[in-house]
Design a binder for this molecule. Structure first.
Ligand code: SAM
Ligand code: SF4
Length: 381
């Protein structure tokens, strides 16, 4: 039986100082003035519209402000937004409120204003500390600026922060990737997201591919990096996410456990359950900031049902990314589908040494985790 999941909020800020050549996120290079006040007003209207459509209005368990570059906005703007959020839904006392910041847009005073507004976690887009690599990635900051940004974040009172790093950068050696990780760990972040650089369609790197390290080097550096992080107390709880004890990203955990989230802002995605009607609805907002802003009543681009046959795959696509798996009962609560519907396939993969079903929890084996995509394909139909 479908049960009401925790509810979180994703807020998208679609502007950046410059578009990075590898980035396929909904981010647009700032050409003239940013319509910050209008955009915050649009976000508040968008939220009111979404809240009206909820079956159950519950206080939020997490908020994530992502981008784009949310650190381009003023702390005061987020204060206004949170006021509206509080009026419309309420914010749990222990709500994790994260903001993504680019080290090239860091200002000590504004970081303090972020804290004053209620933001209690930062995610800094470091990518690398190596000036040459940062240049090849088209970043607007160098290594020293990245370090300074972390110091400023801590000085502003952010003890709980994530560092985003990428590996497999153009012509990167194993030792260089490991040095980046060591430098990051030296700053004692509570969380590290360590992503392999991927070449996405519709990016500059796709039309002009850089020279990436060979596959054996990627495998070697990944094994070495994961071992280093484990030795220093970072639990790999998801494919690319590593946390100190008790510091998993609550917002991302809610995605991976197929929880509900309202998505507001240009191009934002949402997923909301309507338990009484046994419906799960995915929402997507208009992608172009101008189009999003121009629509005063309805900012939707799309509202689609996740049908019963689609739900097992959608759930597993998220939950099997979790290294420690999930409770079978969670599968039933979040999808409204009984576990027996997928049991045959699960049993087969258990016998093949790809999955483990133990004490009511399903997870991948070490080998299964490495071939996650082929496991998921089996659940596609
Ligand atoms: C939504 S992005 C935005 C973060 C922020 N705007 C920044 O870059 O400073 C979040 C993270 O995804 C990762 N990322 C973005 N594009 C990627 C790609 N093509 N391959 C791997 N990781 C990527 C980067 O680590 C980035 O910090
Ligand atoms: S700063 Fe972040 S969101 Fe903006 S273009 Fe670069 S990677 Fe994309």
């Amino acid at each position: 039986m479908l049960e009401t999941p925790p509810l979180s909020l994703y807020v998208h800020i679609p502007w950046c100082v410059r578009k990075c050549p590898y980035c396929d996120f909904n981010s647009h290079q700032l050409r003239d003035n940013m319509p910050e006040a209008d955009y915050v007003a649009a976000l508040c209207g968008d939220l009111a519209y979404e809240v009206e459509r909820l079956e159950t209005k519950a206080p939020l368990t997490s908020i994530f402000i992502g981008g784009g570059t949310p650190s381009l906005f003023k702390g005061k703007s987020y204060g206004k937004l949170f006021y509206a959020v509080d009026q419309l839904l309420g914010i749990n006392a222990d709500c994790e409120i994260t903001l993504e910041a680019n080290p090239g847009t860091v200002d000590a005073e504004n970081f303090r204003a972020f804290r004053d507004a209620g933001i209690n976690r930062l995610s800094l887009g470091i990518q690398s500390f190596d000036d040459d690599k940062l240049k090849s990635l088209g970043r607007i900051h160098g290594g020293d600026e990245a370090k300074r940004a972390i110091d400023i974040a801590r000085g502003a009172g952010f003890e709980n922060f994530n560092l985003d790093l990428m590996f497999g950068l153009p012509e990167q050696k194993v030792s260089q990737a490991i040095r980046d990780l060591q430098t990051a760990i030296g700053f004692e972040p509570t969380h590290i997201s360590w992503y392999q650089l991927t070449i996405e369609a519709n990016t500059e790197f796709h039309s002009r591919p850089p020279k990436l390290p060979p596959e054996p080097a990627i495998v070697e550096l990944q094994d070495e990096g994961i071992a280093l992080l484990a030795d220093l107390g970072f639990d790999r709880y998801e494919v690319s996410a590593f946390a100190q004890q008790g510091k998993r990203a609550a917002h991302n955990m809610n995605y991976w456990e197929f929880g509900d989230y309202i998505g507001i802002g240009a191009g934002a995605h949402g997923k909301v359950s309507h338990v009484a009607a046994n419906r799960i609805v995915r929402t997507r907002k208009k992608k172009q900031p101008d189009h999003y802003l121009a629509a005063t009543l309805n900012r939707d681009a799309e509202r689609v049902e996740v049908t019963m046959p689609e739900r097992p795959f959608e759930f597993l696509l998220n939950a099997l990314r979790l290294r420690h798996g999930f409770e079978v009962s969670l599968f039933e609560k979040r999808t409204g589908v009984t576990f027996s519907e997928i049991e045959k396939k699960v049993d087969l993969m258990v016998s093949q040494g790809l999955l483990v079903l133990e004490s009511g929890r399903l997870s991948t084996t070490e080998r299964g985790y490495r071939v996650l995509n082929s496991i998921l394909e089996e659940f596609l139909d």
